[in-house]
Design a protein around this ligand. Structure first.
Ligand code: COA
Length: 165
């Protein structure tokens, strides 16, 4: 994995604004049990506790085949997302940042890392199912809405797509 991803597996490393002191967010692919546990813990906090998604819907078979990512600040895992590859496109999913760490560029860093990983594999077309409340976030990262609203896990969603430049 590391040799495919380059030095240290860190795909994104940049400054994000923190309240009193600037810290850097690093995004890395999940390669250890510790990172996987942390990623799933965040999903439980965000999707199950906060959004009331039933656990049997939150974790699925795609978790076994997806490439998972974590965002880390000062050694603490604070965000996650997963990337799945299909014929001709890749799908981003399960993006979650801890509530008190949002709006500081962490979600963007995660998404950019997944976009970069797809590009590295030669995949130019990305899709995702966006919760309606998160559409603005994905639009800022280059995705466009391509479907009407539909239900997933009791939450309204719309399909969004992005073609690599
Ligand atoms: C959606 C989520 C992953 C975004 O993460 P984040 O770290 O807050 O996002 P960022 O700070 O990187 O935001 C990047 C840009 O999108 C904007 N943005 C973030 N969340 C937004 C939202 N819900 N609606 C509109 N714009 C949003 C930010 O203001 C920022 O804009 P800017 O570049 O103009 O400054 C996070 O809010 C989250 O975990 N939400 C709960 C779970 C969820 O909804 N996941 C998505 C399921 S499809």
């Amino acid at each position: 994995m590391r040799e495919l991803l380059g030095s240290g597996g860190a795909l994104v490393y940049k400054r994000v604004s923190m309240e009193h002191h600037p810290s850097a967010v690093a995004v890395r692919p999940v390669e250890s049990k510790g990172d996987r546990d942390a990623a799933f813990w965040i999903r439980q906090r965000v999707f199950q506790d906060e959004q009331k998604v039933p656990p049997e819907l939150e974790f699925d078979a795609d978790d076994e085949t997806a490439m998972h990512f974590v965002a880390v600040i000062d050694g603490e895992v604070i965000g996650t997302g997963r990337l799945m590859q299909y014929e001709g496109y890749a799908k981003v999913g399960r993006m979650a940042v801890l509530r008190d760490r949002r709006r500081r560029g962490v979600g963007r860093a995660l998404l950019e890392a997944m976009i970069a990983e797809a590009a590295r594999r030669g995949v130019t077309h990305l899709v995702l199912h966006a919760q309606v409340q998160a559409i603005g976030f994905y639009q800022r990262c280059g995705f466009s809405v391509t479907s009407d609203e539909f239900d997933e896990a009791g939450i309204p969603h719309r399909r969004m797509e992005r073609n690599q430049k």
